[in-house]
Write a protein that binds this ligand. Sequence first.
Ligand SMILES: [Zn+2]
Length: 130
Amino acid sequence: MKLRGKPVQTKEFKDILLKQKIRILKSLGQLEETTENNLRGNASDTVGVPTHIAELGSDATEKDLEIDLTSSESNILQLIEDAMKKIDQKKYGVCEICHQPIPIKRLKAIPYAKYCIKCQNNIEKKENSG
Ligand SMILES: [Zn+2]
């Protein structure tokens, strides 16, 4: 039995991509402002945790030093954003070079993959040969 054009379960991948995005944003320290604002909005139900606003300042300078190490993560973040856009445009899971469907197995390993394995290998060969 042939199943041609079976749609990719994009809902599942959108969820995975969103989780990865949040994780990267957290590690980049970009999500903290928003979370902090949300917490301030719901400050009424404090569970007896004291808030030391002065300490937050010294914390931030230490985190600035970590940002340099995460440039590859911001690249991945860009790929994730592209992939999420493609889900909205119903173009997700299609190789950008040969326009063949990217195998689900590959998408599960790398949900933000832009190319099929064949094209990815070609790109890497070109990069290696200079
Ligand atoms: Zn391809």
